[in-house]
Design a protein around this ligand. Structure first.
Ligand SMILES: [Zn+2]
Ligand SMILES: [Zn+2]
Length: 400
C-alpha cells in the first residue's frame, strides 16, 4: 500500500510578514514603558507604510497579467473594495500609486527605505498623473527631498504649488470641476434630527472655516469635542445671520426661527404636548421654554377645535432699554467662569415667564446660548442670593 502525501505549501513572503506582525498582537503591553511604546507605534506604522507599498507593487504586476480581476470584479478598484474591504476612494488611491510608482524610482526607493510615508508617495503619484511623466521626471528628486522634510499636509500644499507652476491650465480645470462638485446634503431623519454632509471646494471650505473658527473656541472646562463645537458654531452663525436681519425676505417676512407652542407647554404642565418648530416638526417643551425666554412673541387665541380666533401683535420679550440695562449689569454670560460677551447671550427668565415670572431686571440673567441650554435642557438651576446676585446649582445639587 502506498500513501501519497502532499508537501505543505510554504507561505509566501507576504504571508510570513503577516504572521510576524500577528506575533506582536499577543505581546503583554504592561511591562512596556512610554519610550518602548512610542518606538513600537513608529515601527508598526512603518510596517503599514511598507506593506501598502508592497501591495501597490504587486498590484501593478497583477495588472500586467492577462487574467482579469478575480471574483468577477469589473476593475482593480472594485476588486480591492470588495476583497480588501476598502472604500472605493482608498482603493482608487492604491491603484493610482501602483500604476505610477514604477515611473517614480526616487519615490519608490524613499518609501521602501522608510524616508517618506505611503501618503507622501500617494501625493507624488497623483501629482505625476496630473502633470505627466516629463515634468515629473525633472522635478522628482526635489519633490522627494521636500517629502522627507515635511508632513503629508504641508507636502501636499507644495505639490499643489508645483502643479500650478507646470500645469496651470490643468489646475484651473480641476478647480472648476471641484466647484461644480460642491454640494451640501441636508435631510431630516424620522426621529427629527438632521443629517448634514457635503463637499466644498478650496474657497468654500476656507469661507466656512473662517466664519466658524471665531465661534468655536472652547469655553472654560469645555468637554466638547472639536466637531461638537463646530456644530454649535454653525448654529450660532445661522442665529447671528437671522438676528442681524441681513438675509433676503421670504414670503414678505424676515426669515426667523418659528415655533408654535401651547401655553400649557410654556407653563410646563404635566401631560402638556411638545411644541412645533417650522421645518423640524415636533420639539421638546423645554426647547420651546428656552426660546420663549428671549424672543418675539405673538399670542394666538384658538377655539375649541384649534381654529384661530384672534391674533395679538408681535412683541419682543426683552425690549431695547431693558436689554441695555441687563447687558450693563451682567456684561456677558453670568455662568461661573464663562466670559462670553453679550452678543453670544440670551436673556433668561429665572422664574418662568409663563408661570408669572416678570420680565424685569431682577428676574433676568444673561446666559450664552450654551449655558442657557445647560439651564433649561441640562437641569442646572439658578437661585437668586441677593438683588442682583445669583448662584448656579448643578443638576441634583442642593440649593444654598
Ligand atoms: Zn431661559
Ligand atoms: Zn456661558
Amino acid at each position: 500500500m502506498s500513501v501519497a502525501t502532499a508537501a505543505p505549501t510554504p507561505p509566501t513572503r507576504a504571508q510570513a510578514a503577516l504572521l510576524a506582525v500577528r506575533h506582536a498582537a499577543g505581546e503583554d503591553l504592561e511591562p512596556l514603558g512610554a519610550a518602548a511604546l512610542d518606538e513600537d507605534i513608529d515601527v508598526l506604522l512603518r510596517i503599514s507604510d511598507t506593506a501598502q507599498a508592497e501591495a501597490a507593487r504587486r498590484l501593478r504586476r497583477r495588472e500586467q497579467l492577462p487574467e482579469p480581476p478575480a471574483d468577477g470584479a469589473s476593475s482593480s478598484v472594485a476588486w480591492l473594495s470588495w476583497r480588501c474591504r476598502m472604500t472605493p476612494g482608498r482603493a482608487a488611491d492604491l491603484v493610482c500609486v501602483s500604476r505610477r510608482l514604477a515611473d517614480l524610482p526616487e519615490t519608490a526607493r524613499a518609501l521602501r527605505d522608510g524616508e517618506i510615508g505611503f501618503q507622501h508617495a500617494s501625493v507624488m503619484a497623483h501629482t505625476a498623473s496630473q502633470v505627466g511623466p516629463g515634468a515629473m521626471r525633472e522635478a522628482e528628486a526635489d519633490l522627494v527631498a521636500e517629502a522627507r522634510r515635511f508632513d503629508v499636509r504641508r507636502f501636499s500644499h507644495l505639490a499643489r504649488h508645483f502643479r500650478e507652476c507646470v500645469d496651470a491650465r490643468g489646475a484651473l480645470a480641476d478647480a472648476n470641476r471641484d466647484r461644480e462638485r460642491s454640494r451640501v446634503h441636508l435631510s431630516q431623519t424620522l426621529g427629527g434630527t438632521w443629517r448634514l454632509d457635503g463637499w466644498l471646494d478650496v474657497e468654500g471650505g476656507a469661507l466656512l472655516t473662517t466664519a466658524l473658527s471665531p465661534l468655536m473656541k472652547p469655553i472654560p472646562d469645555d468637554r466638547r469635542t472639536a466637531s461638537q463645537r463646530r456644530a454649535e458654531a454653525m448654529m450660532e452663525l445661522c442665529r447671528r445671520q437671522l438676528d442681524g436681519g441681513g438675509l433676503p425676505l421670504t414670503g414678505g417676512q424676515r426669515p426667523h426661527l418659528y415655533v408654535s407652542v401651547p401655553v400649557e407647554t410654556l407653563r410646563g404642565d404635566p401631560g402638556a404636548p411638545g411644541a412645533e418648530m417650522r421645518w423640524s416638526g415636533p420639539v421638546v417643551g423645554e426647547l420651546a421654554r428656552r426660546l420663549h425666554c428671549d424672543c418675539v412673541r405673538t399670542e394666538i387665541t384658538v377655539g375649541p377645535g384649534g381654529e384661530p380666533l384672534a391674533i395679538g401683535r408681535p412683541t419682543r420679550t426683552i425690549r431695547g432699554p431693558l436689554r441695555t440695562l441687563l447687558i450693563a449689569r451682567d456684561g456677558g454670560c453670568r455662568f461661573p467662569g464663562c466670559t462670553r460677551p453679550p452678543e453670544w447671550c440670551d436673556g433668561h427668565h429665572i422664574v418662568r415667564k409663563a408661570l408669572g415670572g416678570p420680565t424685569v431686571l431682577e428676574n433676568l440673567v444673561l446666559l450664552c446660548r450654551f449655558h442657557h441650554r445647560c439651564v433649561h435642557e441640562g437641569g442646572w438651576r439658578i437661585v437668586r442670593v441677593s438683588e442682583h446676585g445669583f448662584t448656579f446649582v448643578p443638576p441634583g445639587g442642593r440649593s444654598p
